[in-house]
Design a protein around this ligand. Structure first.
Ligand SMILES: NC(=O)c1ccc[n+]([C@@H]2O[C@H](COP(=O)([O-])OP(=O)(O)OC[C@H]3O[C@@H](n4cnc5c(N)ncnc54)[C@H](O)[C@@H]3O)[C@@H](O)[C@H]2O)c1
Ligand SMILES: O=P(O)(O)OC[C@H](O)CO
Length: 315
């Protein structure tokens, strides 16, 4: 019998959910340094499988070898992981991370390119909660890849309920996924502070404008930002308390503490953006308030005042 079709590196909520979604029709190996974090509501009973499918869980990274490897690690963990293990990875490397590295101010695809020169690189992103994917609920994602293998990877990762759209705009797709987390924190903070749904709509809309400004300045196509990876994921994350970023924002708005063990990609990415945006001369007023709030440099009232007191201008 030949080896796995798909390796998944990272057995947190998302890697584990993808493993459950793909295993009924593919040979999947899921690697984690800890046991898998099966999402709440996932059905862990044996599903009907094709003869040539199934799931293997391992803590031995050498076993996680396949033509396609999904890197389901948090954005701030990806580069350190790759610097240690990058040379051992092979095949197409597909990142699911949604963030900007605080040290390099680069997205996941650049981290992979630096650590694994010559690898086929892709990004899997878009509106999707791990719990939904694990339950087999219908989901549409973006597979961003500029390599001729993009279409083959798209087909290899799609399932009857996981519909993948393809783009060659890797920069746009990964920045949409990273920046929506920052704006979702702001949306949560507005709701948590009691500013209301109209304020949230304003933050999401103006937040989307600044997401697009930064992404296009960094080489993204504006069209990508209005797709699943940008606007689609922004809508999901800014409106659902399933989102960890939104819930973190809620707690900021309410003046409550938040469990430091929960992955909140938008907090670090807001700080990365606060350093990156001035370098490319892009204004990011909402993101800079999220950075200040998450670092405790401002209060929710002061953040609101700063945003409302900006000079009046054309939309
Ligand atoms: N959870 C979701 O609904 C969801 C959906 C889409 C995308 N994503 C993205 O997928 C990425 C992973 O998120 P998640 O929800 O699985 O996070 P998680 O917090 O549930 O799990 C992260 C996993 O990474 C592991 N990890 C962290 N640092 C590591 C390291 N240095 N070496 C090895 N393993 C390490 C942890 O042990 C954990 O198993 C994030 O960028 C997130 O934005 C998550
Ligand atoms: O729980 P969050 O806020 O990390 O969001 C999860 C996914 O990115 C939603 O698409």
């Amino acid at each position: 019998m030949s080896g796995p079709d798909i390796a998944i590196v990272g057995a947190g909520a998302f890697g584990s959910a993808l493993a459950l979604a793909l295993a009924p029709t593919r040979r999947v190996v899921l690697w984690g340094r800890n046991p898998p974090r099966w999402p709440a509501g996932a059905d862990l009973t044996e599903k009907p499988r094709t003869d040539d499918a199934g799931l293997t869980v391992t803590t031995d990274l050498a076993q996680a070898t396949a033509p396609i490897t999904l890197l389901a690690l948090p954005a701030q963990a990806l580069r350190p992981f790759l610097s240690q293990h990058g040379p051992a990875l092979s095949g197409a490397l597909v990142s699911t991370a949604k963030g900007i590295d605080l040290e390099t101010l680069e997205g996941p695809s650049r981290s992979i390119a630096r650590a694994c020169p010559g690898a086929v690189i892709a990004v899997l992103t878009g509106p999707s909660f791990a719990a939904d994917i694990a339950r087999g609920l219908p989901t549409a994602l973006t597979l961003a890849c500029a390599d001729p293998q993009a279409e083959a990877i798209q087909h290899a990762l799609a399932t009857p309920t996981l519909r993948l759209y393809r783009t060659a705009d890797v920069t746009g797709a990964e920045l949409g996924g990273a920046l929506k987390n920052v704006i979702a924190i702001a949306a949560g903070a507005a709701i948590g502070a009691g500013f209301g749904d109209s304020a949230r709509a304003a933050i999401v809309t103006r937040g989307f404008a600044e997401m697009t400004r930064l992404a296009t300045r960094l080489g993204a196509e504006a069209e990508t930002l209005v797709g699943l990876s940008g606007l689609g994921d922004l809508i999901l994350t800014s409106t659902s308390d399933q989102s960890r970023n939104f819930r973190y924002g809620l707690s900021l708005g309410r003046g409550q503490t938040f469990d430091a063990g929960v992955t909140v990609e938008g907090a670090a990415t807001a700080r990365a953006v606060a350093r990156l945006a001035p370098r490319v001369d892009v204004e990011m007023p909402v993101a800079s308030q999220v950075a200040a709030l998450s670092e405790g440099r401002t209060t929710i009232a002061a953040a609101l005042a700063t945003l409302l007191n900006r000079p009046l201008r054309e939309e």
